[in-house]
Write a protein that binds this ligand. Structure first.
Ligand SMILES: Cc1cc2nc3c(=O)[nH]c(=O)nc-3n(C[C@H](O)[C@H](O)[C@H](O)COP(=O)(O)OP(=O)(O)OC[C@H]3O[C@@H](n4cnc5c(N)ncnc54)[C@H](O)[C@@H]3O)c2cc1C
Length: 421
């Protein structure tokens, strides 16, 4: 295999979304022909099914969102007639189980693999964690755990994010002698009782998001009829998503039309608000229909620590942080990536930003953990990355494809004007 034109870190939904966008934009055959190398740290395709988006909860996006970006006449077109897509389509505009989405991603990976096998310059390297990414004169060199390095003009980071437990919460839980579990573990298809101390009945949940309310749901189902005491501790206000300003007003939501409305969709609190089952549970709690659940607003970490005393366990829905391998510049010196809230900052063009605001040419980011600036998606008051497979497959994927097209044109010898490549 000659040096590929493009390498991707991670074979999860971020990666498959980029491939789906590349298929829709008509550049996938060229990309595969000129060499695509996907590095995946897991050892096999089978090992990917239980991870990624495989959560035992309903989606907070509409079912149609997962199918809209797939080109019917493209390489991934057959997905639309496959079992996962048919089940998803039946749900119309409603939420669906994320396990169905995991199956759809699995089928996407299978089609991608079949296509990759037809191209001698392309391959997927399983069991290949990327440990460092170094800038070179002509692009980026990806180093793996075995000490091998491969260079390409384009590198796409799609390595997702890892569950985040804030230090203050760790200290508070340790100080109170209360076992601490991240919501990620609880929301997977699993036996939740095995994660909690035997007989745990007084459980604190920290957070105000879909994940926090999904945890409450799971615990309610699990201990139905038992003497359960759940306390939701939140340092941020709890918001609900509304499909328009009039609906938000009718629901009594307090919002600022200038900063809390998404210009792209008109939704209020598109990324900060609760959707579907989580929103309903919140409204039921407010209406007093769940006496086992108390909501407790905490001003700061000290108040959270105070509230943990006496709990049998604490489940933290405290979000995720990007899996970003260390970056180095052309002289092998550490290179700090820019941040967009808790996410890695990606410019409008899909390229990563350095901490000093400069562009890292040819280094692209997509998926959980990357926030694309200036996309116009999401309410301006939201500090973080617009997240959703529809966004990865849609506008984010399109931005990456535009960059990839430049690299492909350059590889083909076409004039690129003042491009870095
Ligand atoms: C609880 C929860 C609910 C969500 N609900 C929705 C929803 O309803 N709708 C929606 O559209 N989105 C949802 N998302 C967001 C998002 O779609 C999923 O998190 C999705 O799994 C993100 O895909 P990803 O590829 O970015 O990351 P991942 O799924 O984490 O995949 C990253 C891949 O990279 C690999 N990897 C990591 N590091 C390395 C490395 N150094 N070298 C090589 N490989 C590496 C991993 O093994 C993995 O296979 C949800 C997320 C969470 C956490």
């Amino acid at each position: 295999m000659t040096n590929p034109v493009c390498q991707i870190v991670g074979f999860g939904p971020g990666c498959t979304s980029f491939l789906i966008a590349a298929d829709r934009q008509g550049i996938l055959p060229e990309l595969l022909g000129r060499g695509l190398l996907i590095h995946e740290r897991e050892g096999s395709a089978e090992a990917l099914l239980p991870i990624g988006v495989n959560y035992d909860i309903p989606s907070n996006s509409d079912a149609a969102d997962f199918l809209d970006g797939i080109a019917p006449d493209g390489l991934f077109g057959p997905l639309l007639d496959g079992p996962a897509a048919r089940m998803i389509r039946m749900a119309g505009g409603r939420a669906i189980s994320l396990q169905l989405v995991a199956l759809l991603v699995e089928e996407t990976r299978r089609l991608a693999l079949e296509a990759i096998r037809r191209h001698p310059n392309s391959r997927v390297a399983y069991g290949s964690p990327v440990t460092r990414i170094g800038r070179t004169a002509g692009g980026w060199r990806l180093h793996d755990a075995q000490g091998r390095g491969v260079e390409s003009p384009l590198a796409v980071l799609a390595a997702g994010s890892a569950p985040h437990l804030p230090d203050g919460l760790r200290r508070a839980a340790a100080g109170a002698g209360v076992p601490l579990v991240h919501s990620d573990a609880v929301l997977r298809p699993c036996d939740v009782t095995a994660l909690l101390p035997a007989g745990a009945r007084s459980i604190a949940v920290v957070g105000a998001s879909h994940s926090a309310f999904s945890v409450l749901h799971k615990l309610l189902e699990l201990y139905a009829g038992g003497d359960l005491r759940l306390t939701l501790l939140h340092t941020q206000p709890i918001r609900r998503m509304h499909r328009g300003a009039a609906l938000a007003r009718a629901a009594g939501e307090r919002f600022d039309p200038a900063t809390d409305q998404c210009p792209a969709s008109g939704r209020i609190f598109r990324f900060q608000g609760l959707y579907t089952r989580s929103r309903l549970l919140y409204e039921q709690i407010l209406a007093g229909q769940h006496p086992a659940i108390a909501l407790r607003a905490c001003d700061d970490e000290a108040a959270v620590a105070d509230a943990l005393r006496g709990a049998d366990a604490v489940i933290a829905a405290t979000g995720y942080r990007p899996n970003l391998p260390p970056l180095t510049d052309v002289r092998d010196r550490p290179l700090a990536a820019g941040r967009n809230g808790s996410a890695v900052q990606v410019g409008r063009d899909g390229q990563l930003r350095a901490a000093d605001g400069g562009t890292l040419p040819g280094l692209l980011g997509i998926g959980l953990g990357f926030g694309r600036d200036g996309s116009g998606i999401g309410e301006p008051s939201y500090r973080g990355a617009p997240v959703g497979i529809n966004i990865f497959q849609g506008p984010d994927g399109d931005a990456l494809c535009a960059r990839a097209l430049s690299a492909l044109q350059h590889a083909a010898g076409a004039c690129l004007e003042k491009e870095y490549l």
